[in-house]
Design a protein around this ligand. Structure first.
Ligand code: OSB
Ligand code: MG
Length: 374
């Protein structure tokens, strides 16, 4: 597979409904897409970096130059037998995992198409249906949140996750549980609490939550271990797990009982698979997180979710929850039982709508290997 060129672009898409976490509200996305041009095949991927450096230090304005100045030059013109070989060429750059992941994953997409194999199979997937949950942001009122949960429960989603922060937590969880005593429920704090709030966090134990996601600092593992000893509810780590070593350390320290894998956060499919394998060998279930992806990132999350240790419903939900019109065909759809059927065609089984993407593009740069004609 010769990498002849990469195209990096930004598209802009308004969200159907705003999404609010403890670190802020998003009303529309600015999304970077990567296309790897390999001997007549185009591999696509999405960079999940945000519009601001709030979820992680990375954001679109660090990802853009890092891809163009480092990752693309390290790879363009090379011939690789497998996408995972790209990792070693990007290794000299520290961090910038979301940018790395976008470049690596575009090559996985190309490899699957070139080998005429479904991407999920190439990744080592073992199931044809994945269980879906939803992540519901902080709303303007509790009533608005309850209305949203009612819609998602009726749609069949198998796990409801709500965002929490100080002042929007215990009272909210109480209202949800009194209306739905039995649903699979979890919450995500995106690092909104500190260790001296342990007495407050212990109140979450009364709600029979599947997990509490990332209660403490985004870069911490050790103090989550201290907190976990004082909570009955399992902690799930998101932000603080950057790689398989972090996952192993977290498990050794008893810092979590569950791990959320986001392929962008951890630097690509190769590292995501390693984390999956570490967790599987240690008896820690994982699930696939989401970053308000367009269809391109979403179709990759669907493929990743087929690996055997993705044992809990993920944040991978239907395109229509986010977009009036998604950039893939068909869109990602969820059955009334809360499942996505994984497609059997080569690649992801979803077609990228290049015409629509062109219309949504606000900037674009193609970098060709030396000697490759325009
Ligand atoms: O912490 O999981 C998170 C969205 C943006 C940044 C961080 C997170 C999220 C979500 C959304 O929870 C999940 C989704 O894509 O629906
Ligand atoms: Mg999270």
């Amino acid at each position: 597979m010769k990498i002849e060129a990469f195209t990096i672009r930004e598209i802009q898409m308004p969200l159907v409904h705003f999404f609010e976490t403890s670190f802020g509200r998003t009303t529309g996305r600015r999304i970077l897409l990567v296309t790897a041009h390999c001997e007549g095949i185009n591999g696509w991927a999405e960079c999940v970096a945000g519009e601001n450096p709030f979820y992680s230090p990375e954001w679109i304005e660090t990802a853009w130059p890092t891809m163009i100045e480092y990752f693309v030059p390290a790879l363009v013109g090379r011939s690789l037998a497998q996408a995972r070989e790209s990792v070693v060429h990007m290794n000299p750059v520290r961090g910038h995992r979301m940018a790395k992941a976008a470049v690596e994953n575009a090559l996985w997409d190309a490899e699957a198409k070139q080998k005429q194999q479904p991407l999920w199979k190439l990744l080592g997937g073992a199931r044809r249906e994945i269980a879906c949950g939803v992540s519901i942001g902080i709303q303007d009122s509790i009533e608005q949140l309850l209305d949203k949960i009612a819609i998602e429960v009726a749609a069949g989603y198998r796990r409801i996750k709500v965002k929490v922060k100080p002042g929007w937590d215990v009272g909210v969880l109480e209202r949800i549980r009194s209306r739905w005593p039995d649903i699979l429920l979890s919450c995500d704090a995106n690092s909104a609490y500190r260790l001296d709030q342990v007495e407050h966090l212990r109140k979450f134990d009364q709600f029979n939550l599947l997990m509490v996601e990332q209660p403490l600092w985004n870069d911490d593992i050790y103090f989550h271990g201290r907190l976990q000893k004082q909570l009955n509810t399992k902690i799930c780590l998101d932000e603080s797990i950057r790689n398989a070593r972090d996952a192993e350390a977290a498990v050794d320290l008893g810092a979590c009982g569950i791990i959320n894998i986001k392929v962008g956060r951890v630097g690509g499919f190769t590292e995501a698979k390693s984390i999956h394998d570490v967790c599987q060998s240690r008896g820690i279930p994982v699930w696939c997180g989401g970053m308000l992806e367009s269809g391109v990132g979403r179709m990759h999350n669907v493929a990743l979710s087929t690996l055997p240790n993705f044992r809990l419903p993920g944040d991978v939900s239907a395109s229509k929850r986010y977009w009036k019109e998604d950039i893939i065909d068909p869109e990602v759809e969820v059955s009334p039982e809360g499942m996505i059927t994984v497609r059997g065609e080569p690649g992801t089984g979803y077609n990228v709508r290049e015409d629509l993407i062109e219309k949504l593009t606000v900037r674009k740069k193609t970098i060709r290997a030396a000697g490759v004609a325009q």
